[in-house]
Ligand binder design. Structure first.
Ligand code: SF4
Length: 329
Protein backbone atom coordinates (compact mmCIF):
# COMPACT_ATOMS: atom_id res chain seq x y z
CA UNK A 1 0.00 0.00 0.00
CA UNK A 2 1.27 3.48 -0.89
CA UNK A 3 1.28 6.57 1.33
CA UNK A 4 -2.22 7.02 2.81
CA UNK A 5 -3.97 10.32 2.21
CA UNK A 6 -4.22 10.91 5.95
CA UNK A 7 -2.15 9.31 8.68
CA UNK A 8 -2.91 10.08 12.33
CA UNK A 9 -0.03 8.86 14.49
CA UNK A 10 -0.23 8.52 18.29
CA UNK A 11 -2.37 11.65 18.59
CA UNK A 12 -3.07 12.90 22.11
CA UNK A 13 -4.86 16.03 23.23
CA UNK A 14 -4.80 16.94 26.93
CA UNK A 15 -6.34 20.11 28.39
CA UNK A 16 -4.66 21.77 31.38
CA UNK A 17 -7.46 22.62 33.84
CA UNK A 18 -5.07 24.15 36.40
CA UNK A 19 -5.10 23.40 40.14
CA UNK A 20 -8.35 22.69 41.94
CA UNK A 21 -9.81 25.28 44.37
CA UNK A 22 -7.93 23.89 47.33
CA UNK A 23 -4.52 24.16 45.70
CA UNK A 24 -4.31 20.42 44.93
CA UNK A 25 -2.45 18.80 42.08
CA UNK A 26 -2.64 20.06 38.51
CA UNK A 27 -5.68 18.59 36.75
CA UNK A 28 -5.60 17.36 33.17
CA UNK A 29 -8.47 16.39 30.95
CA UNK A 30 -7.21 13.70 28.60
CA UNK A 31 -9.66 14.17 25.72
CA UNK A 32 -7.69 12.05 23.24
CA UNK A 33 -5.09 9.42 24.17
CA UNK A 34 -2.66 7.84 21.69
CA UNK A 35 -5.03 7.61 18.71
CA UNK A 36 -3.68 6.24 15.41
CA UNK A 37 -5.39 5.47 12.09
CA UNK A 38 -4.98 5.99 8.34
CA UNK A 39 -7.47 7.04 5.67
CA UNK A 40 -6.80 5.99 2.07
CA UNK A 41 -7.64 8.16 -0.93
CA UNK A 42 -11.36 7.84 -1.69
CA UNK A 43 -12.05 6.01 1.59
CA UNK A 44 -14.58 6.86 4.30
CA UNK A 45 -13.63 6.15 7.91
CA UNK A 46 -16.22 6.75 10.63
CA UNK A 47 -15.31 7.71 14.18
CA UNK A 48 -18.10 6.66 16.53
CA UNK A 49 -18.76 6.70 20.26
CA UNK A 50 -20.81 8.42 22.92
CA UNK A 51 -20.83 12.17 23.40
CA UNK A 52 -17.58 13.23 25.10
CA UNK A 53 -15.51 10.26 23.85
CA UNK A 54 -13.08 12.59 22.04
CA UNK A 55 -14.12 11.94 18.44
CA UNK A 56 -14.80 15.60 17.59
CA UNK A 57 -11.52 16.62 19.26
CA UNK A 58 -9.70 14.23 16.90
CA UNK A 59 -11.50 15.82 13.93
CA UNK A 60 -10.66 19.32 15.05
CA UNK A 61 -7.01 18.45 15.65
CA UNK A 62 -6.76 17.01 12.12
CA UNK A 63 -8.32 20.19 10.70
CA UNK A 64 -5.79 22.30 12.61
CA UNK A 65 -8.50 23.89 14.79
CA UNK A 66 -6.83 22.48 17.96
CA UNK A 67 -3.16 22.14 18.80
CA UNK A 68 -2.07 18.60 19.73
CA UNK A 69 -0.33 17.52 22.93
CA UNK A 70 1.55 14.64 21.30
CA UNK A 71 1.68 12.76 18.01
CA UNK A 72 1.29 14.04 14.51
CA UNK A 73 -1.06 14.19 11.53
CA UNK A 74 0.31 13.63 8.03
CA UNK A 75 -1.47 14.53 4.82
CA UNK A 76 0.07 12.82 1.79
CA UNK A 77 3.03 11.93 3.99
CA UNK A 78 3.72 15.54 5.09
CA UNK A 79 3.10 16.64 8.70
CA UNK A 80 0.37 19.28 8.77
CA UNK A 81 1.50 22.57 10.26
CA UNK A 82 5.12 21.88 9.23
CA UNK A 83 6.93 24.49 7.09
CA UNK A 84 6.99 21.95 4.24
CA UNK A 85 3.19 21.53 4.37
CA UNK A 86 2.63 25.29 4.43
CA UNK A 87 4.88 25.95 1.45
CA UNK A 88 3.91 23.19 -0.92
CA UNK A 89 0.68 21.66 0.18
CA UNK A 90 -1.89 24.20 1.43
CA UNK A 91 -3.06 21.50 3.84
CA UNK A 92 -5.64 23.89 5.30
CA UNK A 93 -7.23 24.03 1.83
CA UNK A 94 -7.08 20.27 1.34
CA UNK A 95 -8.87 19.48 4.63
CA UNK A 96 -12.33 21.00 5.07
CA UNK A 97 -14.95 20.55 7.80
CA UNK A 98 -18.73 20.31 7.68
CA UNK A 99 -20.16 21.15 11.09
CA UNK A 100 -23.31 19.94 12.85
CA UNK A 101 -25.16 23.24 12.83
CA UNK A 102 -24.97 24.80 9.37
CA UNK A 103 -26.99 27.84 10.46
CA UNK A 104 -24.48 29.03 13.05
CA UNK A 105 -21.59 28.43 10.63
CA UNK A 106 -23.18 30.46 7.80
CA UNK A 107 -23.02 34.26 7.99
CA UNK A 108 -26.71 35.30 8.03
CA UNK A 109 -25.89 38.64 6.35
CA UNK A 110 -24.20 37.10 3.34
CA UNK A 111 -25.94 35.80 0.23
CA UNK A 112 -25.32 32.13 -0.51
CA UNK A 113 -23.31 33.08 -3.60
CA UNK A 114 -20.87 35.08 -1.44
CA UNK A 115 -20.71 32.38 1.26
CA UNK A 116 -19.60 29.82 -1.34
CA UNK A 117 -17.30 32.30 -3.11
CA UNK A 118 -15.47 33.28 0.10
CA UNK A 119 -13.04 30.31 0.23
CA UNK A 120 -12.48 30.62 -3.55
CA UNK A 121 -11.41 34.24 -3.04
CA UNK A 122 -9.35 33.42 0.09
CA UNK A 123 -7.36 30.74 -1.73
CA UNK A 124 -7.10 32.74 -4.99
CA UNK A 125 -8.89 30.05 -6.95
CA UNK A 126 -10.62 32.27 -9.54
CA UNK A 127 -8.78 34.78 -11.72
CA UNK A 128 -11.82 36.66 -13.04
CA UNK A 129 -15.32 37.43 -11.78
CA UNK A 130 -16.70 35.27 -14.63
CA UNK A 131 -14.61 32.30 -13.47
CA UNK A 132 -15.72 32.89 -9.87
CA UNK A 133 -19.39 32.92 -10.90
CA UNK A 134 -18.98 29.75 -12.98
CA UNK A 135 -17.31 27.93 -10.06
CA UNK A 136 -20.04 29.03 -7.61
CA UNK A 137 -22.78 27.90 -10.01
CA UNK A 138 -21.10 24.51 -10.45
CA UNK A 139 -20.95 24.06 -6.67
CA UNK A 140 -24.64 24.98 -6.33
CA UNK A 141 -25.42 22.35 -8.99
CA UNK A 142 -23.16 19.76 -7.29
CA UNK A 143 -25.12 19.94 -4.02
CA UNK A 144 -28.41 19.75 -5.95
CA UNK A 145 -29.73 23.21 -4.97
CA UNK A 146 -31.73 25.37 -7.41
CA UNK A 147 -29.55 27.83 -9.35
CA UNK A 148 -31.36 30.88 -7.91
CA UNK A 149 -30.20 29.83 -4.40
CA UNK A 150 -27.14 32.03 -4.86
CA UNK A 151 -29.17 35.23 -4.55
CA UNK A 152 -30.87 34.24 -1.29
CA UNK A 153 -29.87 34.36 2.39
CA UNK A 154 -29.36 31.35 4.73
CA UNK A 155 -32.57 31.99 6.72
CA UNK A 156 -34.61 31.41 3.54
CA UNK A 157 -33.59 27.72 3.49
CA UNK A 158 -34.59 24.60 5.43
CA UNK A 159 -32.08 22.79 7.70
CA UNK A 160 -31.23 20.23 5.00
CA UNK A 161 -30.77 22.94 2.35
CA UNK A 162 -28.52 24.91 4.71
CA UNK A 163 -26.39 21.80 5.18
CA UNK A 164 -26.13 21.60 1.36
CA UNK A 165 -24.82 25.19 1.38
CA UNK A 166 -22.28 24.15 4.04
CA UNK A 167 -21.22 21.23 1.84
CA UNK A 168 -20.86 23.51 -1.21
CA UNK A 169 -18.66 25.86 0.79
CA UNK A 170 -16.55 22.93 2.05
CA UNK A 171 -16.14 21.66 -1.55
CA UNK A 172 -15.19 25.08 -2.94
CA UNK A 173 -11.43 24.88 -2.20
CA UNK A 174 -11.27 21.42 -3.84
CA UNK A 175 -10.32 19.50 -0.67
CA UNK A 176 -8.99 15.96 -0.60
CA UNK A 177 -10.45 15.16 2.83
CA UNK A 178 -13.74 16.34 4.32
CA UNK A 179 -14.37 15.97 8.03
CA UNK A 180 -18.11 15.62 8.69
CA UNK A 181 -18.44 16.45 12.38
CA UNK A 182 -21.92 15.19 13.37
CA UNK A 183 -22.93 16.77 10.04
CA UNK A 184 -26.38 15.17 9.93
CA UNK A 185 -27.15 14.81 13.65
CA UNK A 186 -29.42 17.86 13.86
CA UNK A 187 -31.53 16.91 10.82
CA UNK A 188 -34.86 15.06 10.55
CA UNK A 189 -34.61 11.36 9.67
CA UNK A 190 -35.62 11.69 5.98
CA UNK A 191 -33.40 14.75 5.44
CA UNK A 192 -30.54 12.96 7.21
CA UNK A 193 -30.76 10.13 4.66
CA UNK A 194 -30.78 12.62 1.74
CA UNK A 195 -27.64 14.37 2.99
CA UNK A 196 -25.84 11.07 3.66
CA UNK A 197 -26.72 9.93 0.11
CA UNK A 198 -25.46 13.24 -1.28
CA UNK A 199 -22.16 12.88 0.60
CA UNK A 200 -21.80 9.33 -0.73
CA UNK A 201 -22.45 10.47 -4.32
CA UNK A 202 -20.06 13.43 -4.05
CA UNK A 203 -17.38 11.19 -2.62
CA UNK A 204 -17.55 8.99 -5.74
CA UNK A 205 -17.93 11.89 -8.20
CA UNK A 206 -15.00 13.86 -6.79
CA UNK A 207 -12.78 11.07 -5.41
CA UNK A 208 -12.99 12.50 -1.89
CA UNK A 209 -12.00 10.89 1.39
CA UNK A 210 -14.33 11.39 4.36
CA UNK A 211 -13.81 11.28 8.10
CA UNK A 212 -17.40 10.80 9.25
CA UNK A 213 -17.80 11.61 12.96
CA UNK A 214 -21.09 10.44 14.41
CA UNK A 215 -22.76 8.84 17.42
CA UNK A 216 -25.41 7.33 15.10
CA UNK A 217 -24.34 3.82 14.04
CA UNK A 218 -27.42 3.31 11.86
CA UNK A 219 -26.34 6.27 9.67
CA UNK A 220 -22.68 5.23 9.69
CA UNK A 221 -23.68 1.82 8.30
CA UNK A 222 -24.92 3.55 5.10
CA UNK A 223 -21.81 5.53 4.26
CA UNK A 224 -18.66 4.05 5.69
CA UNK A 225 -15.86 1.74 4.51
CA UNK A 226 -14.28 1.35 7.95
CA UNK A 227 -15.27 2.23 11.50
CA UNK A 228 -13.21 3.22 14.55
CA UNK A 229 -15.00 3.07 17.93
CA UNK A 230 -13.80 5.47 20.64
CA UNK A 231 -14.28 5.28 24.39
CA UNK A 232 -12.91 7.88 26.83
CA UNK A 233 -10.42 9.26 24.33
CA UNK A 234 -9.07 5.95 22.99
CA UNK A 235 -9.87 3.76 20.00
CA UNK A 236 -11.13 0.45 21.42
CA UNK A 237 -11.98 -1.25 18.11
CA UNK A 238 -11.36 -0.55 14.42
CA UNK A 239 -12.20 -2.56 11.31
CA UNK A 240 -14.08 -2.67 8.05
CA UNK A 241 -17.80 -1.93 7.99
CA UNK A 242 -18.56 -5.63 7.57
CA UNK A 243 -16.21 -6.67 10.40
CA UNK A 244 -17.62 -4.15 12.86
CA UNK A 245 -21.31 -4.55 11.99
CA UNK A 246 -21.34 -8.31 11.42
CA UNK A 247 -18.75 -9.56 13.91
CA UNK A 248 -18.18 -6.83 16.52
CA UNK A 249 -15.69 -8.07 19.11
CA UNK A 250 -15.08 -5.45 21.79
CA UNK A 251 -17.77 -5.50 24.52
CA UNK A 252 -18.34 -1.76 24.06
CA UNK A 253 -18.87 -2.08 20.29
CA UNK A 254 -21.23 -5.00 20.91
CA UNK A 255 -23.20 -2.96 23.44
CA UNK A 256 -23.47 0.03 21.08
CA UNK A 257 -24.61 -2.16 18.18
CA UNK A 258 -27.07 -4.14 20.27
CA UNK A 259 -28.91 -0.86 20.96
CA UNK A 260 -29.34 -0.06 17.22
CA UNK A 261 -32.90 -0.92 16.04
CA UNK A 262 -32.89 -3.61 13.28
CA UNK A 263 -35.89 -4.36 11.05
CA UNK A 264 -34.74 -7.82 9.87
CA UNK A 265 -35.37 -10.30 12.73
CA UNK A 266 -32.45 -12.49 11.55
CA UNK A 267 -30.05 -9.60 12.01
CA UNK A 268 -31.16 -8.80 15.60
CA UNK A 269 -28.33 -8.94 18.12
CA UNK A 270 -28.39 -10.11 21.70
CA UNK A 271 -28.82 -7.02 23.88
CA UNK A 272 -25.65 -6.29 25.85
CA UNK A 273 -26.37 -3.80 28.62
CA UNK A 274 -23.70 -1.45 29.93
CA UNK A 275 -23.35 -0.96 33.66
CA UNK A 276 -23.48 2.55 35.13
CA UNK A 277 -22.67 5.92 33.60
CA UNK A 278 -19.79 7.09 31.41
CA UNK A 279 -16.96 7.95 33.88
CA UNK A 280 -15.55 11.48 33.90
CA UNK A 281 -12.55 11.87 31.59
CA UNK A 282 -11.05 13.90 34.47
CA UNK A 283 -10.59 10.70 36.49
CA UNK A 284 -10.74 7.74 34.07
CA UNK A 285 -10.67 4.23 35.60
CA UNK A 286 -7.27 2.53 35.87
CA UNK A 287 -6.30 -0.28 33.49
CA UNK A 288 -9.00 -0.68 30.84
CA UNK A 289 -11.04 2.53 31.08
CA UNK A 290 -14.14 0.57 30.03
CA UNK A 291 -13.92 -1.83 32.99
CA UNK A 292 -16.44 0.00 35.22
CA UNK A 293 -19.18 -0.66 32.62
CA UNK A 294 -17.95 -3.90 31.09
CA UNK A 295 -20.05 -6.98 31.87
CA UNK A 296 -16.98 -9.17 31.18
CA UNK A 297 -14.37 -7.36 33.31
CA UNK A 298 -11.88 -9.47 35.26
CA UNK A 299 -9.13 -8.65 37.79
CA UNK A 300 -6.46 -7.92 35.17
CA UNK A 301 -8.67 -5.25 33.58
CA UNK A 302 -8.17 -2.97 36.60
CA UNK A 303 -4.39 -2.93 36.44
CA UNK A 304 -3.29 -3.23 32.80
CA UNK A 305 -4.30 -1.01 29.88
CA UNK A 306 -5.10 -3.29 26.92
CA UNK A 307 -3.26 -2.52 23.68
CA UNK A 308 -5.07 -2.22 20.34
CA UNK A 309 -4.05 -5.53 18.72
CA UNK A 310 -5.02 -7.39 15.55
CA UNK A 311 -7.84 -9.94 15.59
CA UNK A 312 -7.25 -10.94 11.97
CA UNK A 313 -8.31 -9.21 8.75
CA UNK A 314 -8.38 -5.46 9.32
CA UNK A 315 -10.06 -5.78 12.70
CA UNK A 316 -8.23 -4.65 15.85
CA UNK A 317 -9.50 -4.31 19.41
CA UNK A 318 -8.19 -3.30 22.83
CA UNK A 319 -9.41 -6.01 25.22
CA UNK A 320 -7.47 -8.51 27.38
CA UNK A 321 -10.19 -11.12 27.09
CA UNK A 322 -10.21 -11.10 23.27
CA UNK A 323 -6.46 -11.43 23.06
CA UNK A 324 -6.26 -14.30 25.53
CA UNK A 325 -9.02 -16.02 23.52
CA UNK A 326 -7.04 -15.37 20.30
CA UNK A 327 -3.88 -16.83 21.83
CA UNK A 328 -5.73 -19.92 23.04
CA UNK A 329 -7.58 -20.43 19.75
FE1 SF4 B 1 -13.92 -5.58 29.40
FE2 SF4 B 1 -11.54 -6.23 30.42
FE3 SF4 B 1 -11.93 -6.29 27.79
FE4 SF4 B 1 -11.82 -3.97 29.09
S1 SF4 B 1 -10.14 -5.43 28.86
S2 SF4 B 1 -13.25 -4.54 27.51
S3 SF4 B 1 -12.83 -4.48 31.00
S4 SF4 B 1 -12.94 -7.60 29.33
Amino acid sequence: MGVPLLSVQNLSKHYDLGNNWFGGAQRWLKAVVDVSFDIARGETLSLVGESGCGKSTVGRAIAGLHSVTAGQVLLNGVAIGSPEAKVGGHWHRKIQVIFQDPYSSLNPRMRVRDIIAEPLRNFGMARTSGELEARVNRLIDLVRLPRDSGDRFPHEFSGGQRQRIGIARALAPEPELIICDEAVSALDVSVKAQIVNLLGELRHELGLSLLFISHDLAIVDHITDRVAVMYLGRIVEIGTRAELFETPKHPYTRALLSAVPVVDAHMRRERLLLKGELPSPLSPPSGCTFRTRCPLAEARCGTETPALLSLGGKQMAACHLLHSQNLNA
